[in-house]
Design a protein around this ligand. Structure first.
Ligand code: ZN
Length: 343
């Protein structure tokens, strides 16, 4: 009972963030939203309300970016129902139309409005808050804001690319800041599916499937069974491809003119099958294998003869090309073409 009375007390009052020392006998009531400290303009024409904040902003600004807002505000300010998303309340605030942002978190509304009003708020060349990226993707999809949706997708595509050349080029800026959850690949996968951003799915699946099995099971709470199945089946295929990579790059069954080269290639294949990598996988999966695996075959000072050096380089390049072509199909997504036209 002590727990219950404490909760009721902290929920009382007209604003959130009330203090513990409020009178115990006050009637518990729902916290009222309070004016946002930044998004509150004197010359505004509308007030948006979430459970936490009121945003005094400009109808024209919202309508300019979003067709859903445009339609909603045109209908809504005549007293009708806004339909999808927000709803224009018959009440007014300070004489302005009041729109209740039904189903949207305060954080999502705040991140969207900050992006529209402050050009420095969302910078795609700096590590970004996880909640900013996901909020913007959700809100730009729900309210049909093509400019923001395209900007977020382009940003994410630098980290989850659709072209092999982009994946094998190291990025010098982290996608997220240090507050991002550890399992952000899994969470982003769920968000990309909900927002139908199919082009990000192949590499998101790849990153999830590259995790250790305990991590995959720990992080799969927000994924449906079908998605988890695709991750696990894809992971099996990636492991198989990793073995294939060793055979293709080392061709241990093929003799060559240099005895030392032949010996080394045969010896390396047994090392390759036992390789251990830091992320708890047994093996280097294809992307790591292509860029970091069996580099001994790229170093002619070791024992590789010129013929095998060239042959191995061609095999690595072919493997890379073929792997990238089949990446979406590894996770049941069809071809890259199907991935790109499906959006
Ligand atoms: Zn050789």
């Amino acid at each position: 009972m002590a727990h219950r009375s404490k909760r009721a007390r902290s929920n009382s009052g007209s604003t959130i963030g009330v203090h513990e020392d409020e009178p115990l006998d006050e009637q518990p009531s729902k916290p009222q939203p309070k004016p946002h400290e930044k998004l509150w303009y004197d010359d505004a024409s509308i007030v948006l309300a979430t459970d936490v904040h009121l945003y005094r902003v400009h109808k024209s600004m919202l309508a300019n970016y979003s067709t859903v807002f445009k339609d909603m505000l045109e209908i809504g300010t005549d007293g009708g129902d806004g339909g999808d998303g927000g709803r224009v309340d018959p009440d007014r605030y300070d004489g302005l139309p009041l729109v209740r942002m039904a189903g949207d978190s305060d954080e999502a509304v705040s991140h969207l409005l900050m992006t529209l009003y402050d050009r420095d708020f969302y910078n795609t060349h700096e590590p970004t808050k996880f909640s900013v990226i996901t909020s913007l993707l959700f809100m730009s999809t729900k309210y049909d804001i093509p400019s923001i949706r395209a900007q977020v997708i382009k940003h994410l595509q630098r980290y989850y690319p659709v072209h092999a050349s982009e994946r094998f080029k190291a990025s010098d800026v982290n996608l997220f800041d240090e507050d991002a959850p550890d399992d952000y690949d899994f969470r982003l996968l769920a968000v990309a599916q909900q927002c139908n951003v199919r082009r990000l799915l192949p590499m998101l699946y790849y990153e999830c499937a590259s995790s250790s099995l305990p991590s995959i099971f720990k992080s799969s709470d927000n994924l449906d069974k079908e998605t988890l199945q695709k991750i696990l089946i894809g992971r099996e295929k990636l492991l198989k491809l990793s073995y294939d990579f060793g055979i293709l790059v080392l061709f241990p069954g093929e003799d060559c003119a240099t005895a030392a080269c032949f010996r080394m290639r045969r010896q390396m294949i047994s090392t390759w099958t036992k390789i251990y990598t830091p992320n708890n996988n047994d093996r280097q999966l294809p992307i790591d294998a292509i860029s970091q695996g069996l580099l001994v075959m790229t170093d002619r000072d070791v024992a590789v003869c010129y013929e095998c050096f060239q042959k191995s380089a061609r095999a690595r390049a072919d493997f890379k090309y073929q792997f990238w072509e089949k990446l979406p199909s590894i996770f049941g997504l069809g071809s890259w073409y199907e991935v790109m036209v499906g959006e």
